[in-house]
Design a protein around this ligand. Structure first.
Ligand code: NAD
Length: 263
């Protein structure tokens, strides 16, 4: 039995990393998809991969900047127009800018850019998803998953202050929306990935020294894989997590519970 049979889902940041792997996994589980990304070429490739591998689902690529409300409304409207309803919203797109640094050195325009994409993007996505999910008749409600990060829960001495603050905001928003909309059958959870082997982090950690500075703190001695996040997103999206809402769902290889690591 597929785990998302004929469900309608929107995934932002679907052109790379976690969003790409989640798109492929959702399609393999029977979901119809709106694939949104600021990079249209990337998300068109995701749609092509799905069309080659999974004939029974529809995946539509759309260019979208999640920091622009009109763009975000358009992807939700498209899901409802094409698939009749919206069951799952994965607000996943996010940036970690190379100039993001500590409290003294982070440029204000980088702070504002990070907040616009990482915080407003999640707010816009949640806002329009909730409005659409309220119209769902049978089954009622839906599942919203917002990508935060473990850095919102643990202090890091490798600074990226705007990013950290933005992900803290994602956790706080997620919790409150989960409470406000719980009785409408709309579940809202945050995914908190540990450090991953995706372009976002690997471009940031561009020397062996920078990578080792993190690896020594990872209990498993390796970075996570995007597919390991996608599997957690699938669980949060599906009815298997029907009694889970408002949670900070950590998928971090034990990092946030570590004192010292084995070596
Ligand atoms: P990634 O860079 O591989 O993919 C991010 C995708 O988002 C890209 O396709 C990019 O084009 C798209 N994107 C960027 N800005 C956008 C915008 N304004 N509108 C729409 N799309 C946009 O990154 P990833 O590692 O898969 O990250 C996905 C999410 O996971 C992000 O929110 C990130 O903060 C979070 N995260 C990543 C890590 C990690 O180590 N990689 C750890 C914790 C959290």
């Amino acid at each position: 039995m597929p785990r998302l049979p004929s469900k309608s889902a929107v995934i932002t940041g679907a052109g790379s990393g976690i969003g790409l792997e989640t798109s492929l996994l959702f399609a393999s589980e029977g979901a119809n998809l709106i694939l949104a990304d600021i990079n249209l070429d990337a998300v068109t490739k995701t749609a092509q991969l799905i069309a080659e591998r999974y004939k029974n689902v529809k995946a539509i690529p759309i260019k979208c900047d999640v920091g622009k409300e009109d763009d975000v409304k358009a992807i939700v409207d498209k899901a409802v127009e094409e698939f009749g309803r919206l069951d799952v919203m994965f607000n996943n797109a996010g940036i970690m800018h190379p100039s993001d640094d500590n409290a003294l050195t982070t440029p204000e325009d980088i702070w504002d850019l990070t907040m616009r994409i990482n915080v407003k993007g999640v707010w816009y996505g949640s806002k329009h998803a909730i409005a659409a999910m309220r119209n769902n008749v049978e089954p009622k409600g839906g599942s919203i998953i917002n990508t935060a990060s473990f850095v919102a829960l643990r202090g890091a001495a490798t600074p990226q202050l705007a990013y950290t603050a933005s992900k803290g905001a994602v956790l706080a928003m997620t919790r409150e929306m989960a409470m406000v909309h719980a009785r409408e059958g709309i579940r809202v959870n945050a995914l908190c990935p540990g450090p991953l082997k995706t372009p976002l982090l690997m471009e940031f950690l561009d020397t062996e020294e920078k990578r080792q500075r993190r690896l020594v703190h990872l209990p498993m001695g390796r970075f996570g894989e995007a597919i390991e996040q996608a599997k957690a997103v699938l669980f949060l999206a599906s009815d298997e997590s029907s009694y889970i809402t408002g949670t900070d769902f950590l998928v971090d290889g034990g990092l946030s519970n570590a004192y010292v690591t084995a070596e």
